[in-house]
Write a protein that binds this ligand. Structure first.
Ligand code: NAI
Length: 468
C-alpha cells in the first residue's frame, strides 16, 4: 500500500491548491478526484465557464447595443452559440490541463476514482472501472466541495428544470428563462441568457437581490439589470415547478397571492449544500453540523485524529478563494507552520455588468449592529476614465470605524469592480484607514481613482464631487 504524508480528497480550488502547498513544504502528497478532470466545480462547471460565457455575452451585447455609440458600424451582429460554447469549453480544457501539469510538476500523485476513508489513515480509491486500491497517509484532508440544492418540489430534470451546470450549455437561448433565486448564480446566468436574447425573469423570496451585499448598492445593481431587460419579482416564494410537454410552470406566493410563471427553462439557483457523500466521513465518525457540513476547529481538524476538512464542505462562504486560503493554511498547520485565514477580509463578487463586489461589513450591517461608522461614497459618473470608457454606472462605498478610521468594509458596483476591490482588500489586510487609502497616489485617469475618492469622502473631502 502506497503511504503518503498527506492525501487530499477532492481537486477543486481548495484541494488542488492545498496539494501544491503541501508538496512545496516537502510533504509526500497525493490527490484523489472522482471526476475525470481535475479542478472541481469551479473550473469545470462553475466560476470559469460562467466567466467565459459572461465575457462572450458581454461582447455580444456591446456589439448589439453599444458599439454604434462609439461610432463603430457593424453591419450585422449575429450569434454563433456553438462557437461561443466551444470557446468556453476550450478555456476549461486549458485550465484543467494546466492543473494536471501543476500536479506533475510538483510531484503530486494523482488518483482518479472515488476516495473513501475506511479508517483513520486509510483511503480506498474506487475508479469508475476496475479494482479499488488502498492508500495510506498520516493526514487526510477532505475537500469535497458542494452541490446545488435540489428541492423535491422543483427537482432537477436536466432538461427543463436545471442547475447551473446545464445552464452553461443550452444549445439555444431559451425563449423564456425563469431564474429562481437572485444570488450570484441566478444573476450571472440570468445575465448571460438575457444578453443572448432570452426573456429572463428572476423570482426571489427576499425583498432584495444579492443578499449579503450592501443593500443600497444591490438596489443599484437591480436597477441596472432591469434596464438591461431582466424582470424581477421580489418577495416571491416559489413553491413548486411542474413540467408538461417540455414547458414549465412555476407556482409562487407573492404577497399572499398565488402567481404562475411559465417558461421553457427554469434555473433553480437557491443555494448550494456541502457535499460529503461517499467520502466515508460518517463511517469513521466525523461530526457534521445541522446543515450537513463537516465540523472543524480553527486548525481545520475534524473530531477524528488525522482527518481535516476545508472549503465548501465546512462552515463559511462557499467561495473558491476562501477554499484556497483554507487549503494552504490547513497544510501549513499540518507541516507545523503558522497557517491562518483572515475571515473578516474575504471579498465576494457577482460578475454581472456592472459587477458587484464587497468585502468586510456593509453599511446596513453596521446600522443593524449599532456600530459607529463613517461612510464615504463616490459615483463613477464623476470619474473621468469611467466617462471615457462609457462605463459610468456604479459607485464605491467605503465604511470606516468612526473612532479609529480603520476600514471595516467596502462595496463597489462598476465595470471591473472585481479587480478594483483587491486594493481595498489589501488595505484592510494591513489594518489600513480611509486616510491611508485616500492619501495613496492613484494613476490618472483610472477607475481606481473612484476608490481613492470614496476613501476621501469618509472625511468629506472628495475632490471631484460635492461633499455633504
Ligand atoms: P445564494 O444562496 O447566493 O442565493 C439563493 C437565493 O435564492 C437567495 O436569495 C434565496 O432567498 C433565494 N431563494 C431560496 N429559495 C427560494 C424560493 N423557493 N423561491 C424564490 N427564491 C428563493 O445561492 P446561489 O446563487 O445558488 O449560489 C450558491 C453558492 O455559490 C453561494 O454560496 C455563492 O456565493 C456561490 N457562488 C459564488 C459565485 C461568485 O462568487 N461569483 C458564483 C456562483 C456561486
Amino acid at each position: 500500500m502506497d503511504k503518503f504524508d498527506v492525501i487530499i480528497i477532492g481537486s477543486g480550488p481548495g484541494g488542488y491548491v492545498a496539494a501544491i502547498r503541501s508538496a512545496q513544504l516537502g510533504l509526500k502528497t497525493a490527490i484523489i478526484e472522482k471526476d475525470s478532470e481535475l479542478g472541481g466545480t469551479c473550473l469545470n462547471v462553475g466560476c470559469i465557464p460562467s466567466k467565459a460565457l459572461l465575457a462572450s455575452s458581454d461582447h455580444f451585447a456591446f456589439a448589439k447595443n453599444e458599439a454604434a455609440k462609439h461610432g463603430i458600424v457593424l453591419a450585422k451582429v449575429g450569434l454563433d452559440l456553438a462557437t461561443m460554447l466551444g470557446r468556453k469549453d476550450k478555456v476549461v480544457e486549458t485550465l484543467t490541463g494546466g492543473i494536471r501539469a501543476l500536479m506533475k510538476g510538483n510531484k503530486i500523485t494523482t488518483f482518479n476514482g472515488l476516495g473513501t476513508i475506511t479508517e483513520p489513515g486509510k483511503v480506498r480509491v474506487q475508479p469508475g472501472e476496475g479494482k479499488p486500491l488502498k492508500v495510506a497517509a498520516d493526514h487526510i484532508v477532505i475537500a469535497t466541495g458542494s452541490v446545488p440544492i435540489n428541492l423535491p418540489s422543483m427537482s432537477f430534470d436536466g432538461q427543463t428544470i436545471v442547475s447551473s451546470t446545464e445552464a452553461l450549455c443550452f444549445n439555444k437561448p431559451p425563449e423564456k428563462f425563469l431564474v429562481i433565486g437572485a444570488g450570484a448564480i441566478g444573476l450571472e446566468l440570468g445575465s448571460v441568457w438575457s444578453r443572448l436574447g432570452s426573456e429572463v425573469t428572476v423570482l426571489e423570496f427576499l425583498p432584495r437581490i444579492a443578499v449579503g451585499f450592501d443593500l443600497e448598492v444591490s438596489n443599484l445593481l437591480q436597477r441596472a439589470l432591469t434596464a438591461q431587460g431582466i424582470k424581477f419579482h421580489l418577495e416571491t416564494k416559489v413553491g413548486s415547478v411542474k413540467v408538461t410537454n417540455g414547458r414549465a410552470i412555476a407556482t409562487a406566493n407573492k404577497g399572499g397571492e398565488e402567481v404562475n410563471f411559465e417558461a421553457d427553462k427554469v434555473l433553480v439557483s437557491v443555494g448550494r449544500r456541502a457535499f460529503a457523500e461517499g467520502v466515508g466521513a460518517d463511517k469513521i465518525g466525523v461530526a457534521l453540523d445541522e446543515r450537513g457540513r463537516i465540523k472543524v476547529d480553527d486548525h481545520f481538524r475534524t473530531n477524528v485524529e488525522g482527518v481535516y476538512a476545508i472549503g465548501d464542505v465546512i462552515r463559511g462562504p462557499m467561495l473558491a478563494h476562501k477554499a484556497e486560503e483554507e487549503g494552504i493554511a490547513c497544510v501549513e498547520l499540518i507541516a507545523g507552520k503558522a497557517g491562518h485565514v483572515n475571515y473578516d477580509v474575504i471579498p465576494s463578487i457577482i460578475y454581472t455588468n456592472p459587477e458587484l463586489a464587497g468585502v468586510g461589513i456593509t453599511e446596513d450591517f453596521a446600522k443593524e449592529k449599532g456600530l459607529e461608522v463613517r461612510v464615504g461614497k463616490f459615483p463613477f459618473r464623476a470619474n473621468g476614465r469611467a466617462l471615457a470608457n462609457a462605463d459610468v454606472e456604479g459607485v464605491v462605498k467605503v465604511i470606516a470605524d468612526a473612532k479609529t478610521d480603520r476600514i471595516l468594509g467596502a462595496s463597489i458596483l462598476s465595470h471591473a469592480a472585481s479587480e478594483l476591490i483587491a486594493e481595498i482588500v489589501a488595505v484592510m489586510e494591513f489594518g489600513g484607514s480611509s486616510e491611508d487609502l485616500g492619501r495613496t497616489v492613484h494613476a490618472h485617469p483610472t477607475l481606481s481613482e473612484a476608490v481613492k475618492e470614496a476613501a476621501l469622502a469618509v472625511e468629506k473631502h472628495a475632490i471631484h464631487i460635492g461633499n455633504q
